[in-house]
Design a protein around this ligand. Structure first.
Ligand code: GLY
Ligand code: MN
Ligand code: MN
Length: 464
């Protein structure tokens, strides 16, 4: 895949996604007209004149491929016609001298394959007319108060036109609910972005393992990873990198700080590149000095075999929680075998699982959807069912995996000091995370350019 800045923009996949949304809108308002209004993200100030880097809203980008701020997509839909209308910033030479190129409405029509484009300054004046006579509105509901207020204002302006024969919409839907369902299944173009994000992310982890030095700070390693991501064309990290030395690995949302990478300690890195706005999300845990101790290796191999079990169960037709339940079983068995869980206290593996004894050491889920957002959208359950062990509660019915869904597989064990746990395991935090694309027969791991086997990690670090 060419670096991002050398690729020519192809609007086709975005047009196809708009068409799919239009079909979904029609299915919910078959007899009448409807309208969708989807804003991009707001620009955020960091302090006084300094702003956070702008990133388009994922839903908006998914439908337009347009990454400038101050933009709105409107889809005006009837049972037999539909128009895509973009509102964006006007060309403005003075602003472009300061802030850079703007596409402008005129060029937007052809470049983004819109039916119409207008200056964003006209949105408030045009919306009431666009909304008029639509039966249903599809827009974000209560996600952003400024947008909610703008939509209320437009709706009220439409209602004020009713004496001239106009009807205002009577149904309001959360457009994100429709888009969540679409974004869950990645099209071929999205799959390629995810693969590339996975490759770049893996390269960053390889660099971290190869450059790691006893005595460095966590931030030194973070800089190496970021350097590798950027030189390979990532526009940003997909989320703030976790680089956790020693005991810091037991803090799940640790960042990267000034702690020293010490001889004999492990280092846990959870870092991913964002490429084409798609996320990579990899965790590797490796010994700072390049050699796992016996205890570290024993615990590492338990996590690795839990991950292998989850990977072997990840394929179309399997319920989302099946790999997680398998991970729980392998980890619980491993904790019993290593004496971290005491058989005399928790009993058999089944009894230990029933008591959730593993939760002191494994307290997160095995994975999450992955896409434009690192924790991507999409419901995990499709309903609720009776709970056989507690009639007052229900249990989720988990969704079945389908080809084209993307998710992470990331078991871990985090052992805090405790009188009940052999001291050699204290302060070890291990997570292994890869990104999987579900196929009919299994899954494609998109992040395995960086090794995961303990021997292979040691060998890579020796060569570094
Ligand atoms: N990096 C966030 C996660 O692994 O879910
Ligand atoms: Mn992660
Ligand atoms: Mn993750």
């Amino acid at each position: 895949m060419k670096p991002l800045h050398l690729q020519t923009f192809n609007p086709e996949p975005f047009v196809a996604r708009r068409d799919a949304l239009i079909r979904a809108m029609r299915a919910r308002s078959a007899t009448g007209a409807s309208i969708a209004i989807i804003p991009t993200a707001l620009e955020l100030a960091r302090n006084r004149d300094a702003h956070y880097d702008f990133r388009p809203d994922s839903y908006f980008y998914y439908l337009t491929g347009f990454a400038e701020p101050e933009a709105f997509l409107v889809l005006s839909v009837t049972p037999d016609a539909a128009r895509s209308i973009l509102f964006c910033r006007e060309k403005n030479l003075e602003r472009e001298i300061w802030d850079g190129y703007r596409l402008g409405p005129e060029a937007a029509v052809e470049h983004l394959c819109m039916d119409e484009a207008h200056p964003v300054s006209e949105l408030d004046a045009q919306l009431p007319k666009l909304i008029a006579n639509a039966q249903s509105i599809f827009a974000p509901l209560a996600h952003n108060s400024a947008f909610d207020a703008r939509l209320s204002h437009a709706l009220n302006a439409t209602r004020a036109l009713t004496r001239s024969g106009v009807n205002a919409p009577s149904v309001q839907n959360d457009v994100y609910v429709l888009l969540d369902e679409m974004r869950l299944r990645k099209d071929a173009v999205e799959q390629n972005w995810l693969r590339e994000a996975g490759k770049i992310s893996a390269a960053g982890h390889i660099r971290a393992m190869q450059t790691c030095q006893v005595g460095w700070r966590e931030l030194d390693l973070e800089a190496e990873i970021r350097h590798e991501f950027m030189r390979r064309g990532a526009q940003e990290v997909a989320y703030n990198s976790i680089v956790a030395a020693g005991a810091n690995a037991c803090v799940l949302h640790y960042r990267a700080g000034l702690s020293e990478l010490k001889d004999g300690d492990l280092c846990l890195i959870d870092a991913g590149a964002e490429y084409g706005y798609y996320a990579g999300d990899i965790t590797r845990t490796f010994p700072v000095n390049g050699r796992f101790s016996q205890a570290q290796r024993a615990l590492y191999d338990v996590v690795l075999s839990a991950q292998a079990e989850a990977i072997s169960l990840t394929r179309a037709g399997v319920a989302f929680d099946v790999p997680h339940n398998a991970v729980v079983r392998v980890l619980t068995q491993g904790l019993l075998d290593l004496g971290i869980l005491d058989r005399n206290t928790v009993g058999s593996v089944d009894e230990a699982i029933a008591q959730k004894a593993y939760q002191s050491y494994f307290m997160h889920r095995t994975g999450h959807w992955l896409g434009l957002d690192v924790h991507d959208c999409g419901a995990y359950s499709v309903g609720q069912q009776a709970n056989p062990s507690d009639a007052s509660k229900t249990l989720p019915i988990f969704r079945h995996l389908e080809a084209g869904m993307a998710l992470t597989i990331e078991p871990g064990l985090y052992i805090r000091p405790s009188a009940n746990v052999p001291e050699k395991f204290w302060n070890l935090g291990i997570r292994i995370e890869d990104d999987a694309l579900v196929t009919d027969s299994g899954c494609e791991l998109m992040t395995r350019d960086v090794p995961v086997d303990a021997d292979e990690i040691e060998s890579l670090m020796r060569r570094g």
